[in-house]
Design a protein around this ligand. Structure first.
Ligand code: C5P
Length: 230
């Protein structure tokens, strides 16, 4: 049986402002997408499907070097990009992870914990961390309308793990909703599984699995890589 991972890396990375796809940004001499794949393999993943920005498949292959991965073109948004990779999964996949290329420093222990939880029988698993900031709801002109009780809240990361049938059904539903003009608001795959009524369980996440989004995040990733294992 195979543990497979889908790595959505098809974002343009406009908030990073490098003028090239975020997944090709370099940290410590390695592209984010290559680091993300290395972390997955170190955590027990056997097969990887990377979703590249359409037209940049070759550049993503170059960045991956000798790593074994299938590269497929992505779509306009993350849900579409993950959906595009489902057909490329190996036939004997029994655990599938979805992992943002942008979370390139996720420790292998988190990957392992997610795989173990799916193997233990959970159909959908997410790494989660506590929320440190106080959260407010804001209205017009940024005026605070309420303080949110953060005790029941979690910040959710990737890799998110699924039994393959659940991930396929979740994306099938999203595709059907879209085709009918309906909204698909989920910003992660677990959200699509929740919409199906599937219970989503959490395992401990890790601050190093942060998503590289802004130039500050890239500088933080560079500093962590330079500092070595923490
Ligand atoms: O834009 P954001 O940082 O939320 O993207 C999260 C992940 O989803 C990134 O790794 C990005 O490359 C990927 N993505 C994608 N296809 C899109 C948009 C984002 O694969 N159309």
């Amino acid at each position: 049986m195979t543990v497979a991972a889908i790595v959505p890396a098809a974002g343009r990375g406009e908030r990073l402002g490098l003028g090239r796809p975020k997944a090709l940004a370099v940290v410590g001499g390695l592209a984010l997408v290559a680091r993300a794949v290395d972390g997955l393999v170190a955590g027990g993943v056997d097969a990887v499907v990377v979703v590249a920005p359409p037209g940049d498949e070759e550049a993503v292959r170059d960045a991956l070097g000798a790593r074994r991965a299938v590269v497929v073109p992505g779509a306009d948004d993350r849900v579409g990009s993950v959906g595009a990779a489902l057909d490329a999964l190996p036939g004997d996949t029994d655990v599938v992870l979805v992992h943002d290329a942008a979370r390139c420093l996720c420790p292998p222990e988190v990957v392992r914990a997610v795989i173990d939880a799916v193997r233990a029988g959970h159909a959908a698993v997410v790494p989660a961390t506590a929320v440190a900031d106080t959260l407010k709801r804001t209205g017009d002109a940024g005026v605070v309308t309420a303080t949110v009780d953060r005790s029941g809240l979690a910040a959710v990361q990737t890799p998110q793990g699924f039994d393959p049938a659940t991930l396929r059904a979740a994306h099938e539903r999203a595709r059907t909703l879209r085709a009918g003009g309906g909204p698909v608001v989920a910003t992660d795959d677990a959200g699509l599984a929740e919409d199906l009524g599937v219970p989503v369980v959490t395992v401990p996440g890790d601050p190093r699995a942060f998503k590289v989004t802004t130039p500050l995040d890239l500088a933080m990733a560079e500093a962590l890589v330079t500092a070595g294992p923490a």
